[in-house]
Design a binder for this molecule. Structure first.
Ligand code: FES
Length: 121
């Protein structure tokens, strides 16, 4: 098992199976649904790391982050909202180029070719 932590793993009570690794785009995002939440899942192929955050952009409350461009800023993996380009750290959820509230980020693990997102509820 390989676990990639964005929030403390000790908080996780549920590992939700999001899909097979080959069902996710390479170097981009996809959106899954967990209960009433839309979650954006990203695979960074260069570093072979996975990240997850809320799909809802806090700027104008649009469910669009899963369609955002991903990249790095000073070594921090980030997603840029496709609407007005606010960028968010996929490690902490912090808005890196503005004064938006942070987005929720979730731990991701890959096990037997399946992607799991961790939730604390
Ligand atoms: S809606 Fe995301 S930056 Fe404006």
């Amino acid at each position: 098992m390989t676990a990639y932590t964005t929030t403390p793993l000790t908080d996780v009570t549920t590992w939700f199976r999001a899909g097979r690794t080959d069902q996710f785009p390479v170097g981009a995002g996809a959106v899954i649904k967990y209960r009433d939440r839309q979650i954006a899942v990203f695979y960074f192929n260069r570093t072979e790391r996975w990240y997850a955050c809320q799909n809802l952009c806090p700027h104008k409350l649009e469910n669009v982050l899963g369609r955002g461009l991903i990249g790095e800023q000073d070594g921090i993996p980030k997603v840029a909202c496709p609407m007005h380009k606010r960028t968010f750290s996929l490690e902490t959820g912090e808005n890196l180029n503005g004064d938006c509230p942070p987005v929720a980020v979730y731990p991701v693990k890959v096990e037997n070719d399946y992607v799991y997102v961790g939730f604390a509820d």
